[in-house]
Unconditional design. Structure first.
Length: 174
């Protein structure tokens, strides 16, 4: 027999474990102003997405974590150790270019292995990535770059960079 539709939901699951935790509420003039429940998981106190390649490489360096399409159409597996090495090398290059933690770097590219590598490298260097669709118009791209405060832009192709050349006069921070 199923419960009546208006009956309260049980706080105990079929296996006897708590399903819901009653919230602690605070009221003001009879109206609920705040409802608080304990978190489902402890808060993260260290680390970030930037640590993923290095944590994966430490845990299982030979694990295949990505595959990359080569010019001949074949796919090449990338191990956790190799990806972490490449992330570190690119991050060092970004730092050598003068980028500092907190800087915004725009990436105009399709979702490729190189885009993934650059994204992780930027995070590892403490940068904030700003995605720009390659299909964005020049006006849209200029607005994104200006609004985000990007100080650097990486494009997938030389043609994309060339098309943006005339816009650089409107982007003194880039």
């Amino acid at each position: 027999m199923s419960p009546h539709p208006n009956s309260p939901v049980s706080a105990i699951d079929y296996d006897g474990r708590p399903l819901l935790v009653a919230p602690h509420t605070r009221r003001l003039d009879g109206a609920v102003r705040e409802a608080v429940v304990p978190p489902f998981a402890p808060p993260v106190t260290h680390g970030s997405l930037a640590d993923l390649p290095f944590d994966n490489a430490a845990a299982d360096p030979d694990a295949v974590v990505l595959s990359r399409k080569l010019g001949n159409g074949h796919w090449k597996d990338i191990t956790a150790a190799r990806f972490a090495e490449e992330v570190l090398a690119v991050a060092k290059g970004l730092i050598a270019e003068g980028l500092v933690p907190g800087d915004r770097i725009a990436i105009m590219a399709r979702t490729t292995y190189e885009w993934t590598l650059l994204d992780f490298a930027a995070w590892a260097a403490g940068l904030v990535t700003v995605p720009v669709y390659p299909t964005s118009s020049l006006f849209q791209t200029r607005w994104i770059l200006h609004d985000s405060g990007a100080v650097a832009l990486v494009t997938e192709t030389g043609a994309q960079a060339a098309a943006l050349g005339p816009e650089l006069q409107h982007l003194p921070e880039l």
